[in-house]
Design a protein around this ligand. Sequence first.
Ligand SMILES: [Zn+2]
Length: 188
Amino acid sequence: MDLRRNSKLIDISKLLNFRQILKMIWSNYSPTAEDLASEEFLELNQEASDLYGLIHAWFLLTKTGLAKIYHKFVNQVFGFCPRALCEKQKVLPCGLSDELWTSRVKVFCPKCEEVYIPKFKSINIDGAYFGTSVPHVFMKTFKQAVVLPPVINFYQPSIFGFKLYGKKGSLYHKSTGWIRKSMDDFNL
Ligand SMILES: [Zn+2]
């Protein structure tokens, strides 16, 4: 794979020492205490990690990568949605950006379609190492893996059982556009 030509998939413009970091990725060399004290080495090591992470993001979208995600997803390796009304829906890893150094990895819940801070160990991984497309490509590829109920439950605030004006569940909630519009027409 020519990573330089594949710039649409892998942004290597930020990686300055391309050849050196490729060597670092491929070698079995274990850093010494002296290496770890060297700022230059640490910088190179970070760049190697970033390149490896971007290759990882690309790999996840391949057939083999998606199969690995499937295995982890069904075994709940990525965890489940922390939202009570999602009833422990299994989640998928994702990044909020395909650009490096934007945010840490998150998990996406197919039920509420929200992202959350993961509970798995590798919480400090750059989100770009997973990328923004993984959950959506996964769900298109393995439609049977994510079976959602016909109605997704959302919390509806109420006071003594009465729904609140303008809040979820209310007839006048913004999402009920046609009602909102008719109210506007009558200057309500
Ligand atoms: Zn959820």
